[in-house]
Design a protein around this ligand. Structure first.
Ligand SMILES: C[S@@+](CC[C@H](N)C(=O)[O-])C[C@H]1O[C@@H](n2cnc3c(N)ncnc32)[C@H](O)[C@@H]1O
Length: 259
């Protein structure tokens, strides 16, 4: 097994694919990995038989993605496009996607609501989105454990909408904020998982040197991921959501306005 963090994040993708595949049985999915970076998940998804489009603003990340795709012989099922959440509709057809992976991206975009509205527009009705964001409570805990109590208090007093990414860095969320955003853009949340409740707090010296520690930590994380007691403290908050067939029009003025 690779690093625990990497495997937990990949498992979050697998969990989302499982939910989305129930709605599209028998054939591979059309997957959009928004902000998919260097494409390690995208290439693994293509290995499983899915057709994957990565849209990411970083040319360096896309170059790595291209290399990975060629090395794996999967360059025809993984394509990279330079773009971002704001201009997504210039690159991806409306209602063409079965599953959008949006992991670690809403922290960086100018307007998370606009990003989800656009995600809704490229999804086919009944399609799914998997959203992973950084947990604010985990950040508070990490600051406090590091002895930076003032920073911990500052984070506690902030919400994802009052967060200033210019001065505070990538935005952090609590689960209720993500679910509210998803609901406001026509999504019904079907599953929530807490990713990395412990993995970011445990010193890597323990995980990398103790025999069996990596597997045991992975197993522990998988055990607690659906427990609401632990989810609120996790460093990664995953929401898997279905685009409601009767969803209200999104504010991109997209095709779902006709539903
Ligand atoms: C933390 S990385 C996450 C990468 C990958 N999704 C993962 O889960 O490992 C954030 C990614 O979002 C991309 N990104 C930054 N701003 C973006 C935007 N406005 N729209 C789409 N992607 C963006 C970055 O280039 C980077 O690849």
């Amino acid at each position: 097994m690779g690093p625990v963090r990497t495997e937990l994040m990949w498992q979050a993708v697998v969990d989302a694919v499982e939910v989305a595949s129930d709605a599209v049985p028998g054939e591979g999915l059309n997957v959009l990995d928004l902000g998919g970076g260097t494409g390690s998940d995208a290439v693994r998804l293509a290995h499983l038989g899915h057709r994957v489009t990565v849209v990411d603003p970083s040319p360096d990340a896309l170059a790595s993605l291209h290399r990975r795709g060629v090395e794996a012989g999967l360059e025809h099922t993984v394509r990279g496009i330079q773009g971002d959440a704001a201009d997504l509709l210039d690159h991806v057809e409306q209602s063409s996607i079965d599953l959008v992976i949006c992991h670690g991206v809403l922290e960086h975009v100018d307007d998370p609501g606009q990003a989800l509205a656009t995600v809704a527009t490229v999804l086919r009705p009944g399609g799914h989105a998997s959203v992973v964001v950084s947990g604010r409570n985990a950040a508070v805990t990490a600051r406090a454990l590091a002895g930076d109590f003032i920073a911990a208090q500052t984070l506690l007093g902030t919400t994802s909408t009052t967060w200033d990414t210019q001065t505070m860095g990538p935005r952090r969320f609590v689960l209720e904020e993500v679910q509210e955003l998803l609901g406001a853009h026509g999504f019904v949340t079907v599953a929530t998982n807490g990713l990395r409740v412990f993995a970011d707090l445990v010193p890597s010296a323990i995980v990398d040197t103790e025999p069996g520690a990596r597997d045991a930590l992975y197993a522990l994380e998988r055990l607690v991921r659906t427990s609401s007691d632990f989810t609120s403290l996790s460093a990664g908050l995953q929401s898997i959501a279905r685009l409601d067939l009767n969803s209200a029009p999104s504010d991109t003025g997209g095709k779902h306005a006709a539903l």
